[in-house]
Design a protein around this ligand. Structure first.
Ligand SMILES: Cc1ncc(COP(=O)(O)O)c(C=O)c1O
Length: 366
């Protein structure tokens, strides 16, 4: 008998090997001023009102926070036009994904999702001893008919990253069709909108939320780590029907979010002027990144306001070329023809990226 052995489902999981922190890579290669474009982060620090709220909240951490997170859930509800019983908060959208898997998956159940998509999906499914049904992309896009066809009576969750990471594809119309096709199957349809902007900044997001509100099996995930620029804070939320939200919020997630994160989340939502300005700024920066990539003759497959993914047979070669110039991008072993670029933080970083891409183009006659 093994004492203290991990569950067989966990034993079967590959060990998680996080990518090297940019600082560690810099130290090992004796590089300074690396440009970090590999992690989909928002390169701009949070707005001053948020930093002020953080300082204030830090003074109260001797107390437990409101485990029902009433204030923040009410503020999120007001933002998306729903009540607080339709909103759960969690430790990042990944924390909520994990809570969802904990609450709904048993061994023998299955989860259907297009692949390739976000790495956290297979990990969380496998951890519960459930089966991942990965539906291959077709032409780098979701094959949603095949997704619907893969669903059966043991399907508990259908996971759709919208927009998808890493392809950056966003297909609201076809997602509506999938919602209709899967409404009667008994599984939850999870729209992972980590990269979606607030509805007030991007009306297509509001339209999708409104259209999907009629479906009692649809849950949305959102992140404060992307648009709001607070990846390190670990705060996310879910929107959906109260019975599912209740499972996430009350059963598996009390105190999942710190008091500091709760207060900062509310402060960020209150600053609507900043949101509008920031949305416009991120769009401009994205356009600039697209320009830099297309000028270097690179074909953009898709993207969001925080990353652009290119399609080239020489993606790994380009990745290594940029790494030598201390520009970290993200390559994918299962999709060797894709390379993902985050948004550079400032004009100097844009210029360095542009120069290095041009050098590569000349060296390789692309
Ligand atoms: C599709 C998707 N969902 C969720 C996340 C993580 O979001 P959070 O920081 O809120 O956990 C990521 C991170 O890149 C992502 O790509």
């Amino acid at each position: 008998m093994s004492i203290g052995g991990v569950r067989p489902a966990v034993q079967a999981m590959p060990a998680y090997r996080p990518g090297k922190a940019a600082e560690q890579a810099e130290e090992e290669h004796g590089i300074e001023n690396a440009i970090k474009l590999a992690s989909n982060e928002n390169p701009y620090p949070p707005v001053p009102s948020v930093i002020a709220a953080m300082t204030e909240a830090a003074a109260g951490v001797n107390r437990y926070c409101d485990h029902l997170a009433i204030e923040l859930r009410t503020a999120i509800g007001a933002m998306v036009g729903t009540d607080l019983d339709h909103v759960a908060v969690g430790c990042g959208s990944v924390g909520l994904l994990q809570q969802l898997c904990l609450a709904y998956l048993d061994p023998g159940d299955n989860v259907v999702y297009p692949w390739r998509s976000f790495e956290a999906y297979p990990v969380n499914v496998q951890m519960m001893g459930a089966e991942s049904r990965q539906v291959p992309l077709v032409g780098h896009a979701f094959d949603l008919d095949a997704v619907a066809a893969a669903v059966d009576e043991r399907t508990k969750i259908i996971m759709l990253a919208t927009p998808n990471n890493p392809t950056g594809k966003f297909a609201p119309d076809t997602i509506m069709t999938t919602a209709k096709q899967t409404a009667a199957t008994g599984g939850i349809m999870l729209i992972d909108g980590a990269f979606a902007m607030p509805a007030a900044v991007d009306p297509t997001v509001g339209d999708l939320l409104a259209a999907l509100a009629a479906f009692p099996h649809v849950l949305h995930l959102r992140s404060f780590g992307k648009f709001f620029g607070m990846a390190g804070l670990r705060l996310g939320f879910a929107i959906g029907p109260p019975d599912h939200i209740d499972q996430l919020q009350q059963r598996v997630g009390p105190w999942a979010v710190s008091s500091v994160a709760l207060d900062i989340g509310s402060a960020a939502l209150n600053d609507t002027a900043w949101q509008a300005q920031h949305g416009q700024f991120l769009r401009q920066q994205t356009e600039q990144l697209q320009m830099v990539l297309t000028r270097a003759n690179l074909k953009i497959l898709g993207g969001t306001t925080l990353f652009q993914t290119i399609h080239t047979s020489r993606a790994h070669h380009l990745h290594d070329h940029l790494a030598k110039a201390a520009i970290w991008t993200r390559k994918f072993s299962q999709m060797p023809d894709l390379l993902r670029f985050g948004v550079p933080a400032n004009a100097a970083d844009f210029a360095r990226l542009s120069e290095s891409l041009n050098n590569w183009r000349q060296e390789t006659n692309q």
